[in-house]
Write a protein that binds this ligand. Structure first.
Ligand SMILES: [Zn+2]
Length: 233
């Protein structure tokens, strides 16, 4: 599906870089995606629909056997609960996290790897805010951001919400000013800078010759990030 903010310059640059790195996807990246997809299928059969947006090295397709996984978890909270999860009213997030991290990854993988749930989105809350059409809604902004730059697993679950957003270009437009700050956070984070550099070194180690045009894109991206960083101080 089209990223909600496909025409944002930072989104298109980020996604161009990602597309390039993904051409050389590692077996470890594919295996992790496969394990998350299977997990989503198995627990959906048990009546617990979940989806993911994966970040970091798996998003770029450069994960190694020891890479950890950062992800956004999508759940549908119990009894139609439409607030943020976890809450005293709902433990769905904790339940899914325990199943994923303590049961699934440890049971499935020969060498278990760390998984960090960096955010959790309750799809009931997202649905409510999509109907309200509030451009300042934190859950809407986070969703649009993740759907613009991450790698979806069980994207079928997310499709109705993603479509509802794309069907409302006026709302997307009104959200854009608030979105800059989210991208700023991503670009400013030293972890992100370090990652792009690390991914680039990994490709070189794999014997992949990075074409000069891609090297200059990477350099511009790193320079911009440094500029944002020094401006922010
Ligand atoms: Zn919940």
């Amino acid at each position: 599906m089209i990223p909600p903010f496909a025409d944002h310059p930072l989104v298109s640059e980020f996604n161009d870089l990602k597309k390039y790195f993904r051409q050389h996807e590692t077996v470890a990246s594919r295996n992790r995606i496969h394990q998350f997809r299977t997990f989503a299928r198995v627990i959906a059969e048990a009546g617990l629909p979940v989806g993911f947006d994966v970040m970091g090295s798996v998003n770029f397709g450069v994960a190694t056997e020891t890479s950890d996984v950062d992800l956004v978890l999508y759940i549908i909270c119990e009894d139609g609960y439409d607030g943020e999860c976890p809450s005293p009213k709902c433990r769905t997030q904790q339940h899914v996290e325990n199943l994923l991290i303590h049961t699934w990854i440890r049971g499935m993988s020969e060498s278990p790897y760390p998984v960090q749930v960096v955010d959790c989105i309750n799809l009931n809350l997202l649905e409510r805010d999509l109907k309200r059409g509030d451009p300042e809604s934190p859950v809407l902004l986070r969703f649009a951001f993740y759907r613009s730059v991450c790698r979806g697993v069980n994207a079928r679950l997310l499709r109705p919400y993603h479509s509802a957003l794309l069907d409302n270009p006026d709302l997307v437009e009104r959200m854009k000013p608030y979105l800059w700050s989210l991208f700023d956070e991503l670009v400013k984070s030293s972890k992100h800078n370090y990652s792009i550099q690390k991914y680039q070194e990994r490709l070189t180690q794999l014997g992949v010759r990075i074409p000069p045009s891609m090297m200059s894109t990477i350099r511009v991206h790193l320079d911009q990030s440094r500029k944002h960083l020094s401006d922010g101080i």
